[in-house]
Design a protein around this ligand. Structure first.
Ligand code: IPD
Ligand code: CA
Ligand code: CA
Ligand code: CA
Length: 266
């Protein structure tokens, strides 16, 4: 597997931030944590990891823009390129000592994601993809799962946390999906959830209310692994809508229909 120079820059930044996260994960009880809103936290570990990534990426490409979850956006003098970064996806898991979290880094060119890296330092799983070159976990080429019918499938999802007003709507979606599939999972880190679809661990995934940094890298992993990732109406993902539904050709289509079923009247 040959990686481009740009993908190497992204991988190095993810590994360096991952090391910092792994150290902080070992001492999680000593971290300073602030509350952004109900059920929404940020810690020193998130901020440190974002600084590491931002410094590495901007050192390598000083003219590119930078959009990260925990710092002010940099517009960049090169209007075509932008880094999209979640330094710690799965902060709630991290703060509870649950080893399901990741660094997520994507590169956008002229509004399209062209490369993505997702790294889970707790398992040393490094997911990478570049447009047209396939998706990999470490050195292994990835392919989405082949299952064609929902009743054979394990589907991942995201649940709205405290402070989000869409709990009732989610419960309707969940009820519909539960009635069709073999199992539903909620692991708590959207970037990794999408990497799991690329790796064929999840047959499909749906969530809304996400941000560009949660999904940019995961989306290209899925597409390069032969899968589909879109907004809920099937539209190409703008990154701004916060919606995503994913799977292979069959499951993506079937899941889109199920999650949009109307609220039952009885
Ligand atoms: C969160 C995780 C979670 C998803 C939330 C995201 P964060 O990201 O990806 O799985 O359900 O909506 O905000 O805040 O841990 O980076
Ligand atoms: Ca967050
Ligand atoms: Ca996130
Ligand atoms: Ca985050």
């Amino acid at each position: 597997m040959a990686r481009s120079a740009l993908l190497n820059v992204m991988v190095q930044a993810a590994l360096k931030a991952g090391k910092s996260l792994a150290r902080d994960f070992g001492e999680v009880q000593n971290l300073q944590v602030s509350v952004k809103g109900p059920g929404d936290y940020v810690s020193q570990a998130d901020r440190k990891a974002e600084k590491i990534i931002r410094d590495e990426l901007l050192k390598a490409r000083p003219t590119y823009g930078f959009l990260g979850e925990e710092s002010e956006e940099i517009k960049g003098t090169d209007g075509a390129h932008r880094w999209i970064v979640d330094p710690l996806d799965g902060t709630t898991n991290f703060l509870h000592g649950i080893p399901q979290f990741a660094v997520s880094i994507a590169l956008e060119r002229n509004g399209e994601v062209v490369a993505g890296v997702v790294f889970n330092p707790a398992t040393d799983e490094l997911y990478t993809a570049e447009r047209g070159s396939g998706a990999f976990m470490n050195d292994r080429r990835l392919r989405v799962a082949a299952r064609k019918v929902l009743s054979d499938c394990v589907i991942g999802c995201g649940m709205p946390h405290l402070g989000r007003g869409n709990h009732g709507k989610f419960l309707v979606e969940l009820r519909h999906v539960m009635g069709e599939v073999s199992g539903v999972r909620r692991l708590g880190a959207a970037a990794l959830d999408l990497a799991y679809v690329a790796a064929g661990r999840f047959d499909g995934f749906w969530e809304n209310n996400l941000s560009a940094w949660d999904i940019a890298a995961g989306m290209i992993l899925i597409r390069e692994a032969g899968g589909f990732a879109s907004e809920w109406d099937g539209g190409a993902n703008s990154l701004e809508s916060g919606e995503i539904v994913a799977g292979n050709e069959h499951i993506h289509k079937a899941l889109m229909e199920v999650i949009k079923r109307p609220i039952p009247t009885k």
